[in-house]
Design a protein around this ligand. Sequence first.
Ligand code: GLY
Length: 372
Amino acid sequence: MPDLIVIGGGAIGLSVAWRAAQRGAAVAVADPHPGGGASHVAAGMLAPVSEAQLGEPELLALGIASWRRYPEFIAELESLAGFGTGYARCGSLMVARDADDLALLDRELRVRQQMRLQVERITAAACRELEPSLAPSIRAGMFAADDHSVDPRRLLRALLAACTASGVVLLPERARLVIDDRVRGVMIRGTRYDATSVVIAAGAETGRVEGLPEHLRGLVRPVKGQILRLAQAEPTLLRHIIRGAEGYIVPRADGEVVVGATVEERGFDEQITAGAVHQLLRHACELVPDAAELRFVEVSAGLRPGTRDNAPLIGRTDVDGLLMAAGHHRNGILLAPVTADSVSALATGDAPPVEAAAFSPLRFGGRSMVSA
Ligand code: GLY
């Protein structure tokens, strides 16, 4: 009997499973498509600095705690998997093209300075020194050296390899929760798998997990993102993450260039639209005209798991043995290491990192919400 079953095999679920197995737990992951979902679509920015928002100090602290864990997390994963994950300490450059962009850039700069984050306002010439391919119309930039990136698809493959190497059992099926006075395990195609604890790490699908109590169903909503993948024969076009007013460009050492992303409140809609492709390409080419010369590889849509306060749900629920690792919205890849440490610690009876305390799923109320 597993000690722990994780429902959901994206970056969060696999990281939780791997870390729990390292703590000596017998772990299984249930997911019809492990290594898929929003993690497979994500750009892989590890950007607590440029994604920081005023009024979200706890989320910033959580992001930084996870960002600090990344080098060791990646080193362990790569040595277990035997291949690279595209982890790059690249820095990000937010650029301004016109007066509106400049006003936005200065607002973003002030916010980060108030939060004592390491950012630097740089001139147009300095922007082009960092990135010679930027459009001549770029007027200034904000450089955040501490923003990094990873290739989420390589990361997922490495996590799958690490899980397998650590004895995690993969159940490539949809699971239904079994709960009476506490969680008992899951049911898969008529077979019951008992477990001491179950972790819901089902991303935007969280509310659709069968058997999940009513009061936990509405906590996560899908937030659609459409994203492009382009390719360059030689990785020479860009070296840093480039951010503009409407999106971002993430280059990789292997030549992949990711252009993201729309943010759309459309429920469970994963349709690709011509308008989104147009908008993303137009914005990318305005920032980096030579992007128009790149090979078009892919357009995809994913569903970010958003919560009411757009912060994650990490920790125990009010159902004995049932934990959540969901709702990571724009930051699932960044927050995987700290979420894994938190939930695997809780599931094995240890204390989680302090930064996770603010993200209890119980902050939105418990069972009483339903009867109230
Ligand atoms: N983290 C970037 C995005 O969600 O588009």
